[in-house]
Ligand binder design. Structure first.
Ligand code: SF4
Length: 168
């Protein structure tokens, strides 16, 4: 115990430094998404996130969009709790057999016009879970998909760029 305590005093922390914030680029992309949403919808974009069976890595990146660093809501984009209020369904993970019906029902509950974004490699083709007995696979095999954002997981900036491409 004394040895561990001593080592912790003389060694530097083992955590990695945080990535440097590229706030200007982020603000530009988020602002462009908001502008495109207002042109297309006449208001800001509402997003409903759906975890169809992911490892939660993609969810961490989605949640990062709402933290104090990215603070997506300052650009008017917001996450909503109900699919009835959503323009975009942001679906993560390979669709598991248990989540198939919930995903279909959520899709049906979302009013038109709506877009579906498959987020992450798992949502695109099953990713590392492809072939699992518990998974159906790609989101597109259950509901129509308008856009794939690849990555394992995609970064918050990549997610914003994907949403921008969707609206344009
Ligand atoms: S794409 Fe990667 S981070 Fe996202 S759910 Fe699949 S394994 Fe997890």
């Amino acid at each position: 115990m004394r040895k561990t305590l001593f080592e912790s005093l003389i060694h530097s922390p083992l955590t990695e430094p945080a990535p440097s914030p590229d706030d200007a680029a982020l603000a530009e992309v988020a602002g462009a998404v908001n502008l495109a949403a207002r042109r297309r919808l006449g208001r800001s974009l509402s997003i409903r996130a759906i975890d169809a069976g992911s490892c939660n890595g993609c969810e961490l990146e989605i949640q990062a969009l709402s933290n104090a660093f990215y603070d997506l809501e300052r650009f008017g984009l917001r996450f909503v709790a109900s699919p009835r209020h959503a323009d975009v369904l942001l679906v993560t993970g390979p669709v598991t057999k248990n989540m198939r019906e919930a995903l279909e029902r959520t899709y049906r509950a979302t009013p038109d016009p709506k877009w579906v974004v498959a987020l992450g490699d798992c949502a695109a083709d099953g990713g590392v879970f492809a072939g699992s007995y518990a998974c159906i696979g790609a989101v597109s095999s259950v509901i129509p998909v308008d856009l794939h954002i690849r990555g394992c997981p995609p970064s918050p900036t990549q997610i914003l760029k994907g949403l921008l491409a969707l609206l344009q």
